[in-house]
Design a protein around this ligand. Structure first.
Ligand code: HC0
Length: 589
């Protein structure tokens, strides 16, 4: 342990910790901009400077390790003046058009400028004299260079967490900027649309592309029947953007709010998450049969999940030779869209051209997924508009709804029922766990014992997790699986996905089924979730997801009565003709 004093308060902390960590331990707040808990330290903005007794130099608290006997001052005149100058300089390089900015009121630079009372004439307004670009070609992300403070959180996110490097640093000195390959629009480079950069950008330089106006105008149209679906991870995070603590489950209030906003049918992506398990689980069993029993080498294993659109875009770019391994089952969002404008429209007597399908997602890549040409199997655009959790929170505020005082409401029926297995889709490992709960019963004909419902080896926040499950006492039709050890793997964050795929490609790992989610923590840590999203917040959201699962009366996808009814009445059988037309697709290089 190292002993030091910060603002005359003694603190003891492990060696190797930084001054910033020591200060946080005793609840002293040091401002930061380039620092982010998920990323390696860069120490380039200098907003976190502090003074050390006996030294003339100011130290960056985020990068400087503690040492025995240090005496640190975080609020001296010298520190305050330095910080004020740094913030003034950053503001002078930034288009401080705050009232017209999407991040107005949620911008970290704005907060610091207000705290340090940055005046009008600190430095010449440099941004006015520079050309800058606003890239809004992507369906998911807008990049506005005039608001960039070059902290490089986005660059480190794209490199360290996602191994993509779609965003990089270009040029030097005053010309230095955050750019892409040959300064092409984000839409034309390897960006996976995951939005992790958006979630970490301290200013309005990277934001989601919003479709609020389009959704409001659909809601205001008398001719349109507007259907909304809500992703598993929205219900455990929406409250944060509306002043509630992290980890609050707000499913019922969210449904109430959506009804008050005027959506005609309030339905659930969790319904199609259950459906995904049936289709994808059967696909896995079908592939196993082809490979293990029929020795058919045209069928590929390991099968990987396909529901995270950032992951699908990543594999298309980085490992196209493995596209035949990606499950053909569409994501729950897209299964929902295809069914909404066919099965559901028919059930409620609405012409599909008069239906608008909106989804609320924790994810910016879902905006891109909905735009993909493959996603029009209803004969229309299956999902018209995708809003992030943050955009829904904004709609609720715009409508003047006091979210905290809303009563709990229930989803509409036909496509609103879901199991606990569907809810856990929102956490890394959830799809795997949900699939295993169902696959066990299909193959053995026996119920999963209650004490084994929670498959803990696939849970948690470790970056890569493996579980090998011995298949025993199977039904006669599955005899070729008797004694087989099913090898599964779960990874979250694309840098971990890359490691897994490299291991598979190099023959260093052998799996049957791999779940990959592009975002750290899975969808609960998605790029469209409330900001900040820190490791501690992800943990609370994850606990909320598993609590929601425990409280559900039905916890296995194949027991969802509305899904069973859908098969009886419309789909007839898993992997059948209708399913193939509406619920499956192929991704190409
Ligand atoms: Fe997810 Fe999904 S679980 S990708 O993480 O499969 O975004 O929450 O909606 O589609 O259901 C995100 C979350 C979804 C889909 C579901 C899957």
């Amino acid at each position: 342990k190292i002993n030091l004093k910060i603002d005359n308060i003694a603190v003891s902390i492990n060696g190797g910790s930084t001054i910033l960590e020591a200060a946080r331990k005793i609840n002293i707040r040091i401002p930061t901009l380039c620092y982010h808990e998920d990323l390696c330290v860069a120490g380039n903005c200098r907003v976190c400077v502090v003074e050390q007794s006996g030294s003339d130099r100011l130290l960056p608290a985020c990068a400087m390790p503690v040492s025995e006997g240090m005496e640190i001052h975080t609020n001296s005149m010298k520190v305050r003046n330095a910080r004020k100058q740094i913030v003034e300089l950053l503001v002078s390089e930034h288009r401080a058009d705050c009232t017209r900015c999407y991040k107005n009121g949620k911008c970290e630079l704005q907060e610091l400028a207000s705290e340090y009372i940055v005046g009008e004439n600190g430095f010449i307004d440099l941004v006015a004299h520079k050309g800058y670009t606003i890239d809004n070609f992507s369906p998911s992300i807008i990049k506005d260079d005039s608001k960039c403070i070059r902290c490089q959180r986005c660059v480190r996110t794209c490199d360290q967490l996602q191994s993509i490097s779609a965003l990089t640093v270009a040029h030097k000195g005053e010309h230095m900027k955050i750019s892409s390959f040959f300064e092409k629009p984000m839409f034309e480079v390897v960006c996976t649309n995951c939005g992790q950069c958006v979630n970490r950008c301290p200013t309005g330089a990277l934001t989601e592309k919003t479709y609020l106006d389009e959704v409001w105008s659909s809601l205001n149209s008398d001719r349109k029947h507007v259907v909304v679906q809500t992703a598993p991870a929205v219900r455990i995070a929406l409250g944060e953007a509306l002043g509630m603590p992290a980890g609050e489950i707000v499913t019922g209030k969210m449904v109430s709010a959506l009804r008050r906003l005027g959506f005609s049918s309030v339905l659930d992506t969790d319904f199609t998450a259950d459906l995904t398990i049936i289709e994808e689980g059967n696909e896995l069993l079908h592939r196993l049969k082809k490979v293990v029993k029929d020795k058919d080498d045209s069928v590929k294993l390991p099968m990987t999940t396909s529901c995270s659109p950032g992951w699908v875009k990543f594999i298309e770019h980085a490992f196209p030779e493995y596209l035949p391994n990606v499950s053909t089952a569409k994501s729950p969002q897209q299964m929902f869209g295809a069914l909404a404008k066919t099965f559901y429209a028919n059930k409620i007597g609405v012409e599909p051209e008069n239906m608008v399908s909106v989804s609320i997602m924790p994810c910016t890549a879902k905006k891109y997924e909905a735009d993909r040409p493959e996603m029009r199997s209803s004969g229309y655009k299956d999902v018209d508009y995708v809003l992030t959790t943050r955009e829904l929170a904004l709609m609720i505020k715009q409508a003047g709804i006091d979210f905290a005082s809303l009563p709990d409401d229930e989803f509409d029926s036909i496509m609103g029922e879901s199991s606990g297995a569907a809810v856990i889709f929102g956490a890394t490992g959830g799809v795997m766990e949900a699939a295993l709960r169902t696959a066990y019963e299909v193959v053995t004909g026996r119920e999963v014992p209650f004490e084994n419902l929670e498959i803990t080896p696939v849970r948690g926040m470790e970056s890569i997790r493996e579980a090998n499950i011995k298949i025993e006492n199977v039904l006669p039709e599955w005899d070729f699986l008797e004694g087989v050890e099913l090898k599964t793997c779960v990874a979250h964050g694309l840098s971990n996905a890359k490691k897994i795929m490299e291991a598979v490609r190099d023959g260093k790992a052998e799996y049957h089924f791999i779940e990959i989610m592009a975002c750290p923590g899975g969808c609960l840590g998605g790029g469209g979730q409330p900001i900040p999203t820190s490791p501690a917040i992800r943990k609370k959201r994850s606990e909320a997801i598993y609590a929601e699962d425990r409280h559900k009366p039905i916890r296995k996808s194949h027991e969802n009565p509305e899904v069973m009814h859908l098969y009886e009445e419309f789909l007839k059988e898993p992997l059948g003709h209708v399913s193939h037309k509406l619920l499956h697709t192929h991704y190409t290089e």
